[in-house]
Design a protein around this ligand. Structure first.
Ligand code: ADP
Length: 445
C-alpha cells in the first residue's frame, strides 16, 4: 500500500480541501507549499490549472502559474481559471501568493489579479501582506524592507523585469488598483486580534478595499492569520501561510497531520542537474567537483554546433553504473561563472544559449529517469520548468524541506514506475553543500 492509500484509509475519503493557493510563479508556489506542510497541512502543488474534475487528496492545493510578468489581462484570466478550479474542489479560503519583495510593475500584476479575485469571490476587503520576517522581509508603516534596506535601495531596484523603485507599498499597490488601498499599521497589529478586527471595520467603513498589512515578526503574522481567517481572499508572500494551519485547526477545518511531509520511499539512482549560473549554484557545483564526485559539463558552444551533447552525457552516465545512474550520484551541469557566461551569451545570444541549454538538460533528465534515476535535484527556476515539462510531471506532493523554501517533492499521477522524487531549487537557494544535503536526506526517506 502506498502512503497515499494508507492515509486515505486512516483519514477517510472526502476530506475537504481547506486552502486553495494561486501562486504567480513556480518556485514561489513551492515556497508557500513547503510552509504549509511544515505546519501539518498535506499539500499538493499543481503546475498550471488542472483539468476540471481532477480529484486531489490534500488539505491545501497550490496552483503554480507563471503570471508575474505576463500582460495583466492574461494574469487575470489565468488566475480566475485557477480560482474556478479551486472553488469547484471546495476550498474554504483562497490565497493569492506573490513574491515577498512585491515584484510587480505599475501595470500589475498584483493589483489587477487581487481585484479580479475579490470580485469573483464577492469580497469587499482583503489584506496585502508580503512580509516574511524569517527571510528578512518586513513591512513597517507600509514600507517594505529587505534586511536593513528599504526595498527601493535593495538589489530589487535593478531587477530586469520588475524593478522595485518605491518601498511605499500603499502607493505601489494603489498605482495598480482601482479600489482604494489603505494601511493596517504595526501598532494596531501589535495590539492583537480585537484591535485588528476593529481597524478592519474602520477601513471598510472608509471605503478601503485592500490594506497593506505591517508585520515585523512571526507574532504579527500569526495575529494577521487569526484575524483574517474569515476573509474569502488573502493576498501575501509565503510568510502569512505560517500561521494559517493552526487557525484552521482551531476552527475544526483541519486535523494537522504530523506526517504531512512524508513521501513514499524512493529507490533507484540519484542525479543532480544544474542549469543555474547564480552565485549559490556555482558554489554548489564547485563543492561537488572539489569532492571528486562524477560531473559532466554541458558546453553551449557544442550545442550550437549541433553536437549530440545529451547523448554523450547519457553515455557517460551509463559508463558509471548499470543501470544509468543507479549507485553513484552524478552531476550534469551547464553552470558557469559570470565572465564565461557573458562570453557565451555575446557569441550565441542570451535567449538562444539559454534555450539550447534548457532543452539539453531537460532531455538528459528525461533519459536519466527513463533509465532508473528516481531522486533528481534540479538547480534553476527555468531549468526546473523545462525538466518537469519533459518528465510530464503536473502534480507534486510536497515533502520535507531541505533548506527554507526548497522541499523534496514526489511526482504524483505518473502513469507508471516507482516513486520519483524531485528537489526543484531556484538558483540562489541553498548553501554550498546543498546537493549533498538533498541527496543524503532523500536516502533516508
Ligand atoms: P536561476 O534560478 O538561477 O535564474 P534558471 O534556470 O531560471 O536559473 O536560469 C538560468 C538560465 O541560464 C537558463 O535559461 C539556462 O539554460 C541558462 N544557462 C545555464 N548555463 C548556461 C551557460 N553556460 N551558457 C548560457 N546559458 C546558460
Amino acid at each position: 500500500m502506498t502512503l497515499g492509500e494508507e492515509r486515505r484509509m486512516t483519514l477517510g475519503e472526502g476530506r475537504r480541501m481547506t486552502l486553495g493557493v494561486i501562486a504567480d510563479d513556480f518556485t514561489g508556489a513551492t515556497d508557500v507549499a513547503s510552509m504549509l506542510v511544515r505546519a501539518g497541512m498535506r499539500t499538493v502543488q499543481v503546475i498550471g490549472v488542472p483539468e476540471s474534475g481532477t480529484a486531489i487528496d490534500a488539505d491545501a492545493v497550490v496552483i503554480a502559474l507563471k503570471t508575474r510578468t505576463v500582460p495583466a489581462a492574461d494574469a487575470v484570466r489565468e488566475s480566475l481559471a485557477a480560482l474556478r478550479w479551486l472553488q469547484a474542489a471546495g476550498m474554504r479560503q483562497c490565497y493569492f501568493k506573490y513574491c515577498s519583495t512585491f515584484d510587480s510593475t505599475p501595470a500589475g500584476n498584483i493589483g489587477p489579479v487581487t481585484e479580479a479575485l475579490m470580485e469573483a469571490l464577492g469580497a469587499d476587503f482583503t489584506v496585502a501582506c508580503p512580509a516574511f520576517p524569517e527571510n528578512g522581509r518586513t513591512v513597517f508603516r507600509g514600507h517594505l524592507f529587505v534586511a536593513d534596506e528599504l526595498l527601493s535601495d535593495s538589489g530589487m531596484r535593478h531587477h530586469p523585469l520588475t524593478p522595485m523603485t518605491n518601498a511605499n507599498l500603499v502607493r505601489v499597490l494603489q498605482a495598480q488598483s482601482r479600489r482604494r488601498v489603505g494601511l493596517l499599521r504595526f501598532d494596531v497589529v501589535a495590539r492583537g486580534e480585537a484591535a485588528v478586527l476593529a481597524r478592519i471595520d474602520a477601513l471598510r467603513a472608509d471605503g478601503i478595499g485592500i490594506a497593506i498589512a505591517d508585520a515585523v515578526d512571526n507574532d504579527d503574522l500569526r495575529t494577521l492569520a487569526t484575524t483574517c481567517a474569515d476573509l474569502p481572499l488573502l493576498t501575501a508572500g509565503s510568510g502569512l501561510a505560517l500561521g494559517l494551519p493552526a487557525v484552521y485547526a482551531q476552527r475544526g477545518w483541519l486535523t494537522p497531520d504530523a506526517r504531512a511531509a512524508e513521501l513514499d520511499p524512493a529507490g533507484g539512482g540519484a542525479a543532480v542537474i544544474a542549469g543555474s549560473c547564480s552565485l549559490a549554484t556555482n558554489a554548489q557545483v564547485q563543492r561537488w567537483q572539489q569532492a571528486g564526485r562524477p560531473a559532466f559539463a554541458i558546453d553551449p558552444r557544442a550545442l550550437a554546433r549541433g553536437e549530440p551533447v545529451a547523448a554523450q552525457a547519457l553515455a557517460w552516465a551509463q559508463s558509471l553504473s548499470q543501470p544509468h545512474g543507479a549507485g553513484v550520484p552524478l552531476l550534469v551541469y551547464a553552470t558557469s561563472a559570470a565572465e564565461e557566461l557573458k562570453a557565451v551569451q555575446t557569441e550565441l545570444g542570451a535567449m538562444q544559449a539559454g534555450a539550447l541549454v534548457e532543452r539539453c538538460l531537460a532531455s538528459i533528465a528525461g533519459g536519466l529517469v527513463e533509465h532508473g534515476v528516481r531522486r533528481l535535484v534540479v538547480a534553476g527556476g527555468e531549468t526546473s520548468g523545462a525538466v518537469v515539462q519533459v518528465l510530464g510531471v503536473t502534480r507534486l506532493r510536497i515533502g520535507p524541506a531541505i533548506c527554507p523554501g526548497v522541499p523534496w517533492t514526489q511526482a504524483e499521477g505518473r502513469p507508471s514506475g516507482s516513486p520519483l522524487h524531485l528537489a526543484l531549487k531556484s538558483g540562489n537557494f541553498g548553501g554550498p553543500d546543498f546537493f549533498d544535503e538533498a541527496l543524503q536526506m532523500s536516502a533516508q526517506q
